[in-house]
Ligand binder design. Structure first.
Ligand SMILES: [Zn+2]
Length: 165
């Protein structure tokens, strides 16, 4: 199955009422299994989520607060941006050869509080599908946790540090 790693940006407006999400407001996000395979994302205001009629049980669902936009998040150290840029680039490449590095980068970004883990689901093919949300932008990343053995993690961390130069 291709396109396993995935970036799903948060919608600008509620899927039901069409209103924009205000800074500091709450947003309910959900992933639904798509007919063509993979998952589609929809975002809602909390009230619209309660009354939604678009039906079906979501595959995954979480609630978040909309971070104050752009300006506040700009003055971050360059190093943090570099790890995030590498992570985004590798997710977009969607190459299974990078699975371990992508996962370790996700864990690093989670420790730096840039990503929040919203959900985790076992995969029939093995491993775990983890759903991370970018705290500032609301982008969601579907990442496969290859369940590395402890002694393998150190090796992968070395690769990541080399990639970050
Ligand atoms: Zn709404």
């Amino acid at each position: 199955m291709s396109q396993e790693w995935n970036i799903k940006p948060r919608a600008r407006t509620c899927a039901v009422c069409g209103n924009g999400f205000p800074d500091g407001g709450e947003c309910v996000s959900a992933l639904f299994a798509a007919e063509e395979g993979g998952y589609g994302r929809r975002d809602y205001c909390p009230d619209c989520w309660k009354g939604r009629q678009d039906g079906g049980e979501p595959f995954s669902q979480w609630q978040s607060t909309i971070a104050p936009s752009a300006s506040a998040a700009k003055d971050e150290p360059i190093k943090r941006e570099t790890a995030e840029a590498l992570f985004r680039r590798l997710v977009e490449l969607d190459d299974p050869a990078n699975a371990n590095v992508v996962y370790i980068l996700a864990v690093m970004l989670e420790r730096k509080k840039q990503l929040i883990e919203r959900d985790a689901k076992p995969r029939p093919e093995g491993g775990i599908l983890r759903i991370y949300e970018h705290k500032a932008s609301g982008d969601t990343f579907l990442i496969v946790d290859p369940q590395l053995r402890l002694d393998a993690i150190g090796e992968v961390q070395k690769q990541v540090i080399e990639l970050l130069g």
